[in-house]
Ligand binder design. Structure first.
Ligand code: GTP
Length: 358
């Protein structure tokens, strides 16, 4: 039986206030939780059993996903009392694995949208008899990420922390947060303490001369860690740029029970949540309106997330902003570039601008 571990225990601080009530992997992109997008692609690749390594807001996963029968997989939960870091979480989840010592186990960061071919990654890993195979992706500006240079045969040479000087940018290949582990390698990770795979487990394998492979491809890849990338990921799914089997690309997705005035314009892959409403002459572009959000007449929402049940009153402008659940943005407001409004806040007329996002 093929198994996967999803690392979903992080606090998602960069996506606050959306992650105050909902852990990042359970936030919906294009109307479906990130974790569900991942599980559906894993199931297509032959994965039958998924262990969720949870910690922060663990209950939300169990309530939303249950035993996995609706998704056609078996889901089990490995709940960490204290977050154990990526390596510690993998080791902790391993107690629930049934795979044999030489079997491959897929491990995914829970906040990534990816088009990587999991089945091919697993097949290559088995053929090479590697300790670990990592999916690597190329990014134009790798400064935000850990770098993973490889030799011409795909053997990983080193793991570099985020580069700070131009000389340290030795490659544009970064860790894409998807690994295939030989199960016995997981069992060697120390248990019961915080461990980072990037800083501890992988460098130790290299030092022991174990085969750690890096597979680079051009598949779609996006880390949904920041508000900008979160709205982009949702829009990419709606527009058909990101892989979503069975979905027909559209300019905007309107979910069940949403009411959109015929004069409103929805563009750029926007998603209007269940029971949400969009008023007369409103313009919504490249944005996510979560369930029950209300966007009034003449409102402009662009590249933003409007939380569940939040209200944007007539004529307000919301650009590059995150509006918490049930917040109310009164008429006359103009929120721009990095503004974040906490849940339940009522914001009177004001103009909030930030020079850059935080
Ligand atoms: P930020 O706080 O915004 O950086 O987000 P994050 O908490 O999700 O951290 P990060 O993006 O670095 O985490 C990458 C992935 O690993 C995410 O899917 C997290 O849910 C997961 N993760 C991070 N730390 C832990 C942990 O201690 N335990 C578990 N189970 N998962 C973790």
């Amino acid at each position: 039986m093929r198994e996967a571990i999803l690392l979903v225990g992080g606090q998602g601080t960069r996506l606050r206030p959306l992650t105050i009530a909902t852990p990042k992997p359970m936030l919906e992109v294009a109307g479906v939780p990130v974790t569900v997008h991942q599980i559906e692609r894993l199931r297509s690749a032959g994965i039958e059993r998924v262990i969720l390594g949870t910690s922060y807001r663990a209950d939300v996963f169990a309530e939303g996903l249950g035993d996995g029968s609706d998704l056609g997989v078996e889901i089990l939960y490995a709940v960490e009392d204290e977050p154990l870091g990526t390596g510690g979480a993998i080791r902790h989840a391993a107690d629930l694995l049934v795979s044999g010592p030489n079997d491959p186990v897929a491990v995914l960061n829970g906040d990534v949208l990816s088009g990587v071919d999991y089945a091919a990654l697993i097949a290559g890993h088995i053929a090479a008899d590697a300790a670990v195979t990592l999916h690597l992706t190329r990014v134009p500006d790798p400064r935000r990420y850990g770098l993973v240079p490889t030799d011409p045969h795909g053997r990983v040479l080193e793991f570099r922390e985020k580069p700070t000087t131009p000389e340290e940018i030795v490659t544009d290949q970064i860790n894409a947060g998807c690994y295939i582990f030989r199960r016995s390698v997981i069992d060697h990770i120390p248990s019961g303490r915080v461990v980072s795979v990037e800083r501890e487990t992988f460098p130790a394998l290299l030092a022991a001369d174990e085969l750690v492979r890096g597979v680079v491809d051009d598949a779609y890849w996006l880390d949904l860690g920041t508000p900008q990338d979160f709205v982009r990921g949702s829009a990419d799914l709606v527009l058909g740029h990101a892989p979503w089997p069975g979905h027909d690309p559209v300019d905007a997705l309107v979910l069940d029970g949403a009411v959109v005035d015929s004069s409103a314009r929805l563009t750029g892959g926007s998603c209007v949540g269940r029971g949400a409403s969009v008023g007369r002459n409103a313009q919504v572009s490249g944005s996510v309106l979560l369930d029950g959000a209300q966007v009034g007449a003449g409102v402009r929402v662009s590249s933003s997330v409007v939380g569940a049940g939040a209200v944007i009153e007539d004529g307000a402008i919301v650009v590059d902003a995150v509006i918490g659940d049930r917040a109310r943005i009164k008429a006359g407001n103009e929120l721009c570039a990095g503004a974040r409004v906490w849940p339940d806040v009522i914001l009177g007329p004001t103009s909030v601008r930030f020079s850059s996002d935080v």
